[in-house]
Write a protein that binds this ligand. Structure first.
Ligand SMILES: [Zn+2]
Length: 255
């Protein structure tokens, strides 16, 4: 499998997923069709499917234009909010791109219909706006308990799974993470790398499940340092998983 990250709008990523032997490809999260069609031509592949993670405009805004340019595409999705949807999926559904197959993981909370695509054989997962490098999505259609459950599904994947996320928010995410865990060495090291990438104009995608376990505060609600930092500033917050997560998310919303 080859994955081509295609910058969209101001900080979104679409991902062209290519099955190299068959030259068939799928596109994860298309906000703008033109750069995606350019990449399809440049890679010399046949686009067969659109794989949206959720219905927000910056993840599906290009679907209709792609369908006009390439009639007959399969459009996966959980609900009718996905423009052009042809194939409804749910947790555990299998979707195909050439000879590649991905399992749908239902991971609601950012939206009530948010999914990830997990290519187990390729050790890759596309997480949209649920899991970012160093962050997670805002809780628009779910609560902290729901997001913990969704992120726990992703945490259960092998550590070396490559994580392709929906937005280039990594620098700010890790700045926030450091405000809670200034002594986390892995986090500091990753932040330095992210600054270097940014200086070179390079993306920070993909990350990995293992790296997120070490650095992402929304995978680290049990971290003693994070809990101590919260307790010091907000002594009234109960130190259970849901309250710790909810407070961390609320702080990030205001960061
Ligand atoms: Zn979104």
């Amino acid at each position: 499998m080859k994955v081509v990250a295609i910058p969209q709008l101001s900080d979104n990523y679409a991902y062209l997923v290519v099955d190299e032997p068959t030259k068939k490809a799928g596109i994860v999260d298309c906000a703008e069709a033109a750069p995606v069609l350019d990449a399809v031509a440049r890679e010399g592949v046949t686009l067969t499917a659109i794989l949206p993670t959720h219905h927000h405009y910056d993840h599906v805004g290009g679907n209709e234009d792609l369908l006009k340019a390439k009639p007959g595409l399969i459009v996966y999705g959980v609900d009718e909010r996905i423009p052009g949807i042809t194939d409804r999926v749910e947790d555990g559904s299998i979707v195909r791109v050439g000879n590649l197959s991905a399992r749908v993981l239902f991971i609601p909370a950012h939206t009530s219909g948010h999914i990830a695509y997990y290519f187990a054989g390729e050790k890759a997962v596309f997480t949209g706006d649920t899991l970012f490098a160093g962050g997670c999505g805002r809780l628009f259609e779910g609560d902290a308990a729901m997001m913990i459950k969704s992120l726990s599904k992703l945490m259960a994947l092998p550590d070396d799974t490559q994580v392709y996320f929906g937005h280039e928010y990594t620098e700010k995410n890790l700045r926030f993470a450091l405000s809670l865990e200034p002594n986390n060495g892995a986090l500091r090291k990753k932040y330095d790398w992210v600054l270097e990438q940014s200086k070179r104009g390079q993306p920070t995608t993909p990350t990995s499940i293992g790296s997120e376990k070490e650095t992402n505060p929304f995978f680290r609600w049990q971290s003693p340092e994070l809990r101590a930092a919260l307790k010091k500033s907000y002594p009234n917050v109960p130190m259970d998983d849901v309250n710790v997560f909810a407070k961390t998310r609320a702080l990030k919303d205001a960061f």
